[in-house]
Design a protein around this ligand. Structure first.
Ligand code: 5AD
Ligand code: SF4
Length: 587
């Protein structure tokens, strides 16, 4: 136990060696152990005496019999009834947000954007207000990312800026509270509290339900942390709040954590074991989004296609898992449960006018049922993210990806045969431990061979706790990593431009998002392959109302004739407004 923690509870093993030691839940009740005094951490007797007096005075000031009668006849306000019972050291009033204004700032992946909405949904129910104005905030929460060193450095820099805001805060206002949420809280834990004394709250990715309590503790000037990882938290019952009323698309989290343990990746350590959200709760959220008029849903998770809903006994038949040909896993084969193909089928039936995407999958989990479904169903986008990470079998083995270059390429061919016209994207890491020039050339050649439509390319960043950190050497010099990364980017762009030019002359269905960022006379939307399409804002015919001339609005489906293509964007002109069902793309 860390000496600074007066209360440190709940140690829970998560089954893995390294993870067993990372889960802890603590309330830092004293600022400095060395100066433990009766005022900061009173003796047990004095604590008891104080608690008795405190209890008596709270009881005296508590509700009267009439109050109970009143609350029995009138329904409780939603706000307080939804907040769980307070822990014994807090009152319900302390647990509520008391209209404090929260400013949330998100870093990193889409999962963090979704987590931000989950955290907000929990705080809103607890009586907090949200502000988009930093100066107005009483609580600033940063939802953080640890995937690469650079991502963490950004947060440290931001904390320095916020420090000034905290120290300059006038005494007439309630003190500003600052919280670190997400992966960085999980990875660095007390290091953050020790390094940055101005941080009041730490909440790991599975601890957002505890935010009202953590903030209540912080109100009294103490630091509070919960970085306990869970085996089953999926926030299934927490519906994220749609904050952008004009949004056309939404992300729906279907699972959390990752069991793959790729040797370079920190995610299994910061987000814990893989667990899936029950299908029923996912469908409920998708239905709600459809009723709100949203036209696109992206199913979200670290490893979406290994989805497995085991929430009901009857789902646990012993059907074994079909991996893609030539792929293996780093974990013992799992059995039973409702799988990704089932979920995709159900989700796509909710609303035929709603586009369905998913990210991020692992190449190992693409059984034929999934490919068949993507091919058959009009509203499942023909777009697959297939993170390769490297084109060298030797490096892939060191990364523990569970496939060789050959197996990956065979899968690409199989996907292209099964889903003609499918758009492919990928992730690559340049300069992984032991990567030679020859390995790098292999990655360049894979980029040329597959010709992806989209790509996400990164320089390798060694992360503590990972297998690569313990077993391998980060031996590619920084300048070599960057040079190789530049080369990958150049090749990717050349190939993507060629791949996207195939669309020139075609008519494509585009979901309109709004005005283009670059020009107020242009609109912007996305095609089925998730590529940005820009076209002039012009009048057009509505196929369902012949003779009616309309202008496209966000959320409309329009047919666009593509006239030019670059590595990242398509351009064209709009032909008509249509529906997903009625649309007829011509290539
Ligand atoms: N260094 C660089 N890139 C990484 N990724 C994951 N871990 C690291 C790391 N340590 C990349 C992978 C992954 C994407 C989300 O981030 O390409 O697919
Ligand atoms: Fe990280 Fe690999 Fe899991 Fe993706 S699949 S989150 S890269 S461990």
């Amino acid at each position: 136990m860390h000496p600074l923690q007066c209360v440190l509870q709940v140690q829970r093993s998560l089954g893995w060696g390294p993870l067993a030691s990372v889960s802890w839940l603590s309330l830092r009740m004293c600022r400095a152990h060395s100066s433990l005094s009766s005022t900061t951490c009173p003796s047990p007797e004095r604590q008891e005496d104080g608690a008795r007096k405190d209890f008596s005075s709270r009881l005296a000031a508590g509700p009267t019999f009439q109050h109970f009668l009143k609350s029995a006849s009138a329904p409780q306000e939603k706000l307080s009834s939804e907040v769980e019972d307070p822990p014994p050291y807090l009152t319900m009033d302390e647990l509520l947000g008391r209209q404090r204004k929260v400013y949330l700032e998100t870093y990193g992946c889409q999962m963090n954007v979704n987590d931000t909405e989950i955290a907000w949904s929990i705080l809103q129910k607890s009586g907090y207000l949200r502000t988009s104005n930093l100066q107005e905030a009483d609580v600033i929460l940063l939802v953080t990312c640890s995937i690469r060193e650079k991502a963490e450095q950004t947060i440290w820099n931001r904390l320095h800026q916020l420090k000034a805001l905290k120290t300059r805060r006038p005494r007439s206002r309630v003190p500003l509270r600052i919280g670190i949420l997400g992966c960085m809280a999980e990875r660095l834990k007390e290091e953050i509290l020790n390094r940055e004394k101005m941080v009041d709250v730490l909440a790991g990715p599975d601890a957002y339900r505890d935010l009202p309590r953590l903030l209540a503790v912080a109100e009294s000037g103490q630091q509070a942390a919960n970085v306990l990882l869970s085996l089953d938290e999926t926030y299934a019952d927490v519906m994220p709040v749609q904050t952008n009323p004009s949004a056309t698309s939404a992300f729906v989290s279907i699972m959390r954590g990752c069991d793959n343990m790729c040797s370079y990746c920190i995610v299994p350590f910061t987000r814990g074991r893989e667990r899936s959200r029950p299908v029923a709760s996912i469908l409920e959220e998708v239905k709600k989004l459809s009723e709100q008029g949203l036209k696109e849903v992206t199913l979200l998770g670290q490893n979406v296609n290994s989805f497995r809903d085991n929430s009901e006994v009857q789902f646990n038949n012993a059907v074994s898992t079909n991996l893609s040909r030539g792929f293996t896993t780093n974990y013992k084969a799992k059995q039973g449960g409702l799988r990704f193909a089932h979920l995709l089928d159900q989700v796509s039936r909710v609303d035929p006018e709603m586009r369905i995407r998913f990210t991020s999958p692992h190449p190992k989990d693409f059984p034929d049922e999934v490919l068949q479904l993507i091919h058959e169903r009009d509203n499942i986008c023909k777009q697959i993210h297939l993170p390769a990470q490297s084109g060298s079998s030797r490096v892939l083995e060191a990364m523990r990806r569970g496939y060789s270059r050959e197996a990956y390429v065979e899968l690409v061919h199989h996907i292209r045969e099964s889903i003609p016209g499918v758009s492919l994207s990928s992730d690559f890491i340049a300069g992984f431990c032991g990567e030679t020039e020859e390995d790098h050339v292999q990655t360049v050649s894979l980029l040329r061979e597959v010709q992806y439509n989209m790509g996400f390319l990164f320089a390798y960043s060694m992360r503590q706790k990972t297998r690569a950190y313990h077993r391998l050497k980060d031996d590619v010099p920084e300048e070599v990593k960057l040079r190789r990364l530049e080369e990958l980017i150049t090749v990717f762009r050349e190939e993507a431009t060629k791949a996207n030019q195939i669309s020139v002359g075609c008519t494509q269905l585009v979901l309109v998002e709004g005005l283009s960022k670059r020009s107020v006379t242009d609109l912007c939307g996305r095609n089925d392959g998730n590529l940005k399409v820009i076209f002039p804002d012009a009048e057009m015919e509505d196929v369902n109302n012949p003779g009616l001339r309309v202008r496209a609005q966000p959320g409309d489906y329009v047919l666009v004739k593509i006239t030019s293509a670059s590595s990242q964007t398509l351009r064209g002109h709009v032909l008509c407004r249509t529906t997903l069902k009625d649309s007829s793309e011509n290539c």
